[in-house]
Design a protein around this ligand. Sequence first.
Ligand code: IMP
Ligand code: MG
Length: 178
Amino acid sequence: MFPEVDRVLVSEDEIAQAVDELAVRLKKDYEEADLVLVAVLNGSIVFLADLIRKLPLRLTFDVIAASSYGSGTTSSGRVNILKELSLDIEGRDVLLIDDIFDTGLTLSAVLVYLEKKKPRSLKSCVLLNKQNPDRKSDLQPDYWCLDIENEFVVGYGLDYDSRYRNLPFLGVISGEAG
Ligand code: IMP
Ligand code: MG
């Protein structure tokens, strides 16, 4: 069905299990909180949709858009907030949700943006923590589901040139062709 996909890196079942394990931790840590999940479009929506259905907590969520990438596979080095937050997060417990922590540029820029809105607590959570030796930031996400090597992955919300987000697994595509 997906001829360009070279190999499956993480299967649908393995992702589901990792998301389950994360949900158990979050349920414990946010039991008493006024939790607002803030998800970064577009890459994190599949993760967000699965995660919230495994979290038996009183929560709300909002989405924002940020861009650090052009259409290729390397970071442009700039982050713009393209869609602002709609909910008021002042005094609330915010958990930033993103698909992947690569150079850390996106997450650190969005954290600065959210901190200005005075949440009571602010933490970050990603599906994938990529072992990129060129990390631009000392920051680590507070929570993550899976560690991956430094290679470009698609599926489960992650894209190459806006495609492959609908793959139910995480895969590696052949070369730069996409
Ligand atoms: P960072 O700012 O370098 O941490 O990059 C974060 C953003 O880059 C993610 O939200 C993704 O949109 C994109 N990105 C980084 N690595 C990958 C990848 O392997 N596949 C797809 N998108 C990626
Ligand atoms: Mg992307």
